[in-house]
Design a protein around this ligand. Structure first.
Ligand code: ATP
Length: 241
């Protein structure tokens, strides 16, 4: 089953920025990574996939329903983290996770499990605004994943995470996919992507330019070769951007 589908989706911001004519899908049980340079359009694509932005052209389907008419129960089956974690600064870790569980129509019992799984027990009663950057990110990830969503969309989730937390994240995503969830994740860490994702989509100047093979000896080289090649064909200088 296709859990997320974008058909010929475009949204421009002027100066050629934004997302152009993107068609892609993520199937149940699959981890798909999105990679590209800064400003390639990864976050914009994720915002469009989550209904945070409305496409100027094209359609988005989430868990089988068109975005515009997706019922609330579909959104409860989505887990997302785009840019900063959505949390109340004056509430504690536990309170924020409790609210996230309620918003996803989940059993609040999942909060205790999430506190353990994301090693947040020591900061369970600390206010969110007093947490370190990486710990905030762990709270955001716990809030996005604790209700075992069927569709996971995470924008640069390993930002600010320490190596132990990166491993935790990898285990969580692998487990969600093994349980049948569709996972879309953007990243700048090509090694991590190679370890986690089944497919890696390459984005450049707002367009998907194909899949990046991550099983070769030099993924970084392959990444830059593809981008330079795409820029050359478009008559754009990569270094000049
Ligand atoms: N709200 C907005 N208004 C105007 N331009 C925008 C807006 N959001 C994004 N852009 C532009 O659209 C392009 C794509 O931005 P986006 O944030 O999607 O890229 P990205 O691939 O996620 O980058 P990064 O790796 O730096 O997070 C950029 O040129 C950006 O400046």
């Amino acid at each position: 089953m296709t859990s997320l589908r974008l058909d010929r989706v475009s949204l421009g911001f002027g100066h050629g920025d934004g997302v152009h004519d993107v068609t892609m899908s993520v199937a149940a049980g699959e981890i798909v990574a999105l990679v590209g340079l800064n400003g390639a359009g990864k976050s914009t694509l994720m915002r469009l996939a989550l209904g945070m932005l409305r496409p100027a052209r094209g359609t988005v389907h989430v868990l089988g329903a068109p975005l515009a008419t997706a019922p609330a129960r579909s959104w409860a089956r989505v887990g997302a983290l785009v840019e900063v974690p959505l949390a109340y600064p004056e509430l504690t870790t536990r309170e924020n996770l409790h609210l996230a569980a309620l918003l996803h129509h989940a059993d609040p019992g999942c909060v205790d499990e999430a506190l353990d799984q994301w090693q947040l027990r020591p900061v369970a009663d600390r206010r969110f605004r007093r947490l370190s950057l990486g710990t905030r990110q762990r709270v955001g990830l716990a809030a996005a994943l604790q209700h075992r969503p069927d569709l996971v969309v995470l924008d640069e989730p390993s930002n600010a995470l320490d190596p132990a937390s990166v491993i935790l994240l990898r285990e969580h995503l692998t487990r969600r996919a093994a349980d049948g969830a569709a996972v879309l994740v953007s990243s700048h860490h090509l090694d991590e992507v190679a370890r986690t994702a089944g497919r890696t989509l390459l984005m450049n100047r707002g367009r998907l330019i194909g899949e990046l093979a991550t099983d070769g000896p030099d993924v970084e080289r392959a990444f830059f070769d593809r981008i330079h090649d795409d820029d050359r064909r478009a008559g754009v200088g990569t270094a000049a951007r």
